[in-house]
Write a protein that binds this ligand. Structure first.
Ligand code: UD1
Ligand code: MG
Length: 469
């Protein structure tokens, strides 16, 4: 079945790869070796499903016609990729890589085709452009991307005859002698659509797995006098993910590369082997990132910030000279310059902190705006609040925003208000500017500007008191 999503399918006029290229990405396999219920190609590499990375690399190389062969977990794969402009083809049963290619409406292909495995997440747009360029410069019918690995493991082996490419032999079908070959099939093929249409139907399933191997196209092409050559790849494009270990290795590769890039741009990273900064994240020069930090999604951090150990920050915009102390957890919030947070601060979505706000240890803020220089230094919950400038929110204060009928209400606090320790502000509520709330009060009625509100019982002293036993 051919499911079409998004834009009209048109040959690209402005492509940097001159003729039309179609990419077929094989992503129908179960990924048995992953031992996970998630379809293999949806496993994330540094925060992004591996198949999404490959699609993005193709897009960046301006490949317009992108065909994804889905099968195992097809519905989920399609849902996750619904924002990507790609064509889906379903391979109902997984009879092997050649069968998967057959599912992608081969008859409709034109010009050149690049076939990629959905489990090689480290491929980059420049690789794709280089492979296609080499294929065209050499005027090939099929270009097979290979590389040499010290431990070739389960990769298909490249068998040569008098130095010329002769066949690919799968590790499962290889003799002990063949297994010693360390040149391997990366699973990347560039070929003429016409050649694919001619040879694909000839592939048989006579092998250990009783599968239709795409690898057999090489020996068939040689028999049919086609011009077939290897194109040099590298270890990175060959990094296939077949197990959780290989998945973690792929993520490590991306995180290390990102950390190195940021260090080149002047970010201080104390231990580049122990930070997890996604490629979508920006960090300004002069900022210091401590070990164990995870920066995710659309996060942008300014210059001269300090992010101490074990902070998790997702989709946040953070100004300059912000100090985020150890163990803080920040999501979808805006933090202006010179704020200080933590240790162990929590910002939940839709929080906005103006300049020089201080949020101390064990303070949780949700969907609230805090004005310049306001402080909540210890152990507080601030939810659905709008707080003015230079306010003090005392230790243990609770913004009581959640009523038994599950409705949520807002609290407004004016500039320079002083909220004493252990106060409960029961929303909906307005506390005026310069108002003072006595410690331990439960405030249920609005407090005017400049007023003092206290609700606790007055203190009683009984001298020389002897408790009754
Ligand atoms: C394959 C190659 C091997 C190469 C290696 C590179 C074959 C027979 N072998 O082995 O030579 O060295 O890739 O990583 O091609 N898939 C389908 N439908 C299927 C079977 C597989 O869509 O019926 C997809 C999988 O989802 C995966 C890709 O094809 O993305 C490769 O399949 P996999 O089972 O991982 O092949 P390998 O054993 O890695
Ligand atoms: Mg594989």
């Amino acid at each position: 079945m051919n499911l079409y999503v998004g834009m009209e399918k048109t040959p690209n006029q402005t492509t940097n790869i001159k003729r039309n290229v179609t990419a077929i990405i094989l992503a129908a396999g179960k990924g048995t070796r992953m031992k996970s219920p998630l379809p293999k190609v949806l496993h994330p590499v540094a925060g992004q499903p591996m198949i999404a990375r490959i699609i993005d690399a193709c897009r960046k190389a301006e490949i317009q016609d992108l065909r994804i062969v889905v099968g195992h977990g097809a519905a989920l794969v399609k849902t996750v990729l619904e924002n990507k402009t790609v064509f889906f083809y379903e391979q109902k049963e997984q009879f092997g890589t050649a069968d998967a290619v057959r599912s992608a409406d081969v008859e409709s292909l034109e010009d050149d085709v690049i076939i990629l495995n959905g489990d090689h997440p480290l491929i980059e747009s420049e690789d794709l452009a280089n492979f296609v360029r080499e294929f065209r410069d050499e005027k090939l019918d099929i270009g097979l991307v290979t590389t040499k690995l010290p431990e070739p493991g389960s990769f298909g082996r490249i068998v040569r005859n008098a130095g010329e490419l002769y066949a690919i032999v799968e590790a499962k079908d290889a003799s002990a002698e063949t297994l010693k070959i360390n040149e391997i099939n990366t699973g990347i093929y560039v070929l003429k659509a016409q050649v694919l249409k001619e040879l694909l139907p000839q592939i048989k399933n006579e092998n250990a797995q009783k599968e239709f191997y795409l690898t057999d196209i090489i020996s068939l092409a040689i028999e049919n006098k086609k011009k077939v050559k290897t194109i040099p790849g590298n270890k990175r494009v060959a990094s296939g993910v077949n197990s959780q270990k290989e998945l973690a290795q792929a993520s490590t590769h991306v995180f290390r590369a990102r950390a190195e890039k940021l260090m080149e741009q002047g970010v201080v990273i104390i231990d580049s082997n122990n930070v997890y900064i996604e490629e979508t994240v920006h960090v300004g020069p002069g900022s210091v990132i401590y070990p164990g930090v995870y920066l995710k999604g659309k996060t942008a951090i300014g210059s001269f910030c300090l992010v101490e150990p074990h902070c998790f920050i997702q989709d946040c915009v953070i100004g300059d000279s912000v100090q985020i102390k150890a163990g803080s957890y920040l999501e979808s919030s805006v933090v202006q310059s010179k704020c200080s947070l933590g240790p162990y601060a929590r910002l939940r979505p839709d929080t906005e902190l103006a300049e020089e706000v201080h949020i101390g240890n064990f303070v949780e803020v949700k969907k609230s705006k805090l004005g310049k220089k306001t402080k909540a230094a210890h152990l507080a919950y601030i939810g659905d609040a709008e707080i003015g400038e230079e306010c003090n929110i005392g230790c243990g204060t609770i913004f009581v925003n959640y009523l038994p009928n599950k409705s949520k209400h807002k609290t407004k606090v004016g500039n320079h208000a002083f909220i004493g320790s252990d106060v409960q502000l029961v929303a909906p509520l307005e506390v005026g500017s310069n108002a003072t709330i006595g410690a331990g009060s439960v405030i249920t009625k609005d407090v005017p500007d400049g007023a003092l509100a206290v609700t606790r019982a007055s203190q009683v002293i009984k001298e020389n008191y002897k408790p009754k036993r």
